[in-house]
Design a protein around this ligand. Structure first.
Ligand code: MN
Length: 722
């Protein structure tokens, strides 16, 4: 214990003489006290763990606060020391670091597909707020995985997977190569011990075989560099086991085919020296075409910089050379934790990489004014301020815009979930439906089959357009018939204020202009939208007023036809056309006038007079067109017997057993023949029955309607106008 502590102090002294060592000591004493009596699975005192984590951070040369927070990182979670105690002793900064680490530890993990894992990584970054929290968490995980041996096999595998899928890629993204490779190799060791040992012994064997060979190359390079007067350090590096493993399996290569298994690494003082060394080795050895990579000019997304080239050595065996400056070397090892340079990256980065490169730019700006220690303190990760990451009870991560609530969550899962939602639980507690979700929340939607659909108010509560669209869709689809009726009623109510009949205002022309105005495909869509409230009637009223004004003006101008001589002399359908005898008369199919209806005629071009109901939309339409209006002519019903006419009616009723048979009974009672019956039921138990029937007069139709309205449940009957 004390040994570890001394090691830590020595390490810090090697790079930061101004550190507050008394604070480190207090942290150490606090941790010893807090964890007293606790042992790790391996049997050693628990406090060895936080000390080891602090040492890893000291190796990365992190600031004093990070070291103190690392020593304390398990106190809030596992001991009687709470937020208040730590805050009183160490202050706001450190307690927020410790709490950040504690929070990250609570993110649940289970193996997922790639997109889920990516969201999980983002969630880590989003929750961390301060980059140092991530660094402490990475060091914590590194030490845990180093000491995994004492856990059960199952637990080891689970930890190893999590490490490989979440922690190692994060270390990679942040450019902390040193931690990344160790996390990967240790994870692989537990996940595929055979594969791991196989590659390990292979590499060792090859290492042995090539020792002399590498040595001779190294010496050749060393001699030449001394000759050139370049200051350098040269070393051999072996590719880490996991990268080798991945390359062998992913690209189906044998270990001999992996050219960069061994590399010679040359570290020099300046970029100019890097290129000088490269030129020199290309003269000494034969480079393999296409294997040269200039990561100095084109750094990797995680800011890695070096020159890489593969060459054929004296024995014909390829080897890789990596050339970099000391600064690049530190960046390669410690990434974001290092004091580093950022140059313009390449496109084709993932979203996360793009956001991280933004961090690098920030660092670059800060670097100009403050030193590395200072800026580490001030960097706050705000990469995902506009997003929130939450879990389903199964552990899937759902990514939503910040400020989202359970409604957004439910519809993000599936419309079927949102449409049946009756409430929600967050972290096990029932919450109001407009409860704002926070990063890491576990959200459960409570559904019920008795819920008939989303509430209309949700349109206002939902934050995501996805949820709103899906709610709108539901209202459009599920309640379409009712909404259309409701919409029409709303309009009729509005028209009552001006005492103008519906059909006079809502001419085909006017209807078309309204449909266009709201970019819908049919007038029924508009009515339905009014019905469910997506379009407020106040948006239509001004247009209606305009239309009424227009009507009043044109009314006076409708010219009256005086004389017309038709060529055709066939039947007249019981109609008298004013001023014309024996002309061809047809009852129009659009409004199916029956005797008693107020009617009007229209002189067609060559097909006689067509007779419409006065309130027919088509007639209002024709009247509004100058040339057509002159073809309107007055017509009357002749007193005809035994001629029948087709009419369409719609019956709206509460659905119930025997409804249809009662309706048909009424028809037979009145001896009125039915031509077609079409019935449907909406989700809300409303039956809508459309009937085509034959009547002799409006009087008969009126009587029938009155009788039908007496059927229990029926509350509305309308004459259908096509
Ligand atoms: Mn820990």
């Amino acid at each position: 214990m004390n040994e570890l502590y001394n090691k830590l102090i020595e390490k810090i002294k090697s790079y930061n003489k101004t550190c507050d060592f008394s604070l480190i000591k207090t942290a150490y004493d606090t941790a010893v006290l807090a964890h007293s009596g606790q042992n790790r699975k391996s049997g050693e005192p628990y406090v060895c763990h936080p000390l080891s984590v602090a040492i890893i951070l000291a190796e990365m040369e992190l600031d004093c606060d990070s070291i103190v927070a690392a020593i304390l990182h398990d106190t809030i979670e596992d001991t009687k020391f709470g937020h208040e105690e730590i805050k009183n002793i160490f202050g706001e900064q450190i307690v927020s670091l410790v709490e950040g680490v504690t929070k990250l530890g609570k993110i649940p993990y289970s193996t997922k597909e790639e997109q889920q894992v990516e969201n999980l990584r983002k969630m880590f970054l989003a929750m961390a707020k301060d980059i140092r929290v991530i660094l402490i968490k990475l060091a914590d995980r590194l030490h845990n995985i180093r000491t995994l041996a004492s856990l059960s096999d199952e637990k080891r595998r689970a930890k190893a997977w999590e490490t490989l899928e979440v922690y190692a890629p994060l270390a990679h993204r942040l450019g902390i190569f040193k931690i990344k490779t160790e996390l990967e190799d240790l994870s692989l060791k537990y996940l595929d011990p055979i594969g791991y040992n196989d590659i390990k012994s292979h590499i060792e064997k090859l290492n042995d075989e090539r020792k002399e060979y590498i040595k001779s190359i190294t010496e050749t390079v060393e001699n030449k560099l001394s000759e050139m007067g370049i200051k350098f350090v040269i070393s051999g590096r072996t590719k880490n086991i996991y990268s080798t493993y991945k390359k062998m399996y992913a690209q189906n290569k044998s270990i001999e085919e992996i050219y960069d298994l061994f590399a010679i690494r040359v570290i020099v003082d300046s970029v100019a020296d890097c290129y000088a060394v490269l030129g020199m080795v290309h003269e000494l050895f034969k480079p393999i075409p296409g294997r040269f990579k200039d990561y100095i000019a084109m750094p990797k997304p995680n800011a890695y910089q070096s020159l890489h080239s593969t060459m054929i050595g004296t024995l014909g065996t390829p080897f890789e050379i990596q050339i970099r400056t000391w600064e690049m070397h530190r960046t390669a090892e410690f990434g974001i934790a290092a004091h580093w340079k950022y140059k313009e990256g390449k496109s084709g980065l993932t979203d996360l990489d793009n956001k991280l490169s933004w961090v690098r730019q920030l660092i670059e700006i800060q670097k100009e004014t403050t030193d590395a220690q200072e800026f580490m303190k001030s960097i706050k990760i705000d990469l995902f301020a506009d997003e929130v990451f939450v879990f389903t009870p199964k552990g899937d991560v759902i990514n939503l815009p910040a400020g989202s609530n359970p409604i957004d969550f439910a519809f993000a899962i599936h419309s079927a979930v949102g449409n049946k939602m009756m409430g929600a639980k967050v972290n096990g507690k029932i919450v109001p439906i407009d409860h704002t979700l926070l990063n890491g929340d576990i959200v459960e939607v409570l559904t019920s089959s008795s819920v008939h659909g989303p509430s209309f108010d949700w349109l206002k509560i939902a934050k995501t357009s996805q949820a709103r669209n899906k709610i709108n869709q539901w209202f459009k689809k599920e309640k379409r018939e009712e909404n259309i009726i409701k919409g029409k009623e709303t309009i009729e109510k509005e028209l009552k204020k001006y005492s103008v009949p519906y059909n006079q205002v809502f001419t085909p022309e006017f209807i078309e202009s309204i449909v266009k105005r709201f970019s819908m495909t049919s007038f029924e869509d508009v009515l339905s939208a009014i019905g469910y409230g997506a379009i407020s009637i106040s948006k239509i009223t001004p247009k209606i007023k305009d239309e009424i004004n227009k009507l009043q003006k044109t009314d006076e101008k409708i010219p009256i036809i005086k004389e017309y001589t038709p060529k055709n002399k066939k039947g007249n359908n019981g109609i008298i056309v004013e001023g014309i005898e024996n002309c061809l008369v047809r009852l129009s199919k659009c409004c199916n006038p029956v005797p008693g209806d107020k009617i009007i005629g229209y002189i067609t071009r060559g097909r006689g007079v067509s007779v419409h109901r006065k309130d027919c939309q088509n007639i209002s339409f024709l009247e509004s067109i100058k040339d057509e209006a002159t073809r309107i002519i007055k017509v009357y019903w002749a007193n005809m017997q035994n001629a029948s006419y087709t009419a369409d009616i719609q019956i709206v009723s509460q659905d119930r057993n025997g409804l249809l048979s009662e309706i048909t009974m009424v028809f037979s009672e009145y001896k009125i023949p039915l031509r077609a019956v079409n019935a449907k039921t909406t989700k809300d138990n409303i039956a809508i029955v459309q009937i085509s029937l034959e009547v002799l007069s409006t009087q008969q139709l009126e009587n029938l309607t009155k009788r039908l309205l007496r059927i229990s449940g029926v509350y509305k009957i309308t004459r259908v106008n096509q």
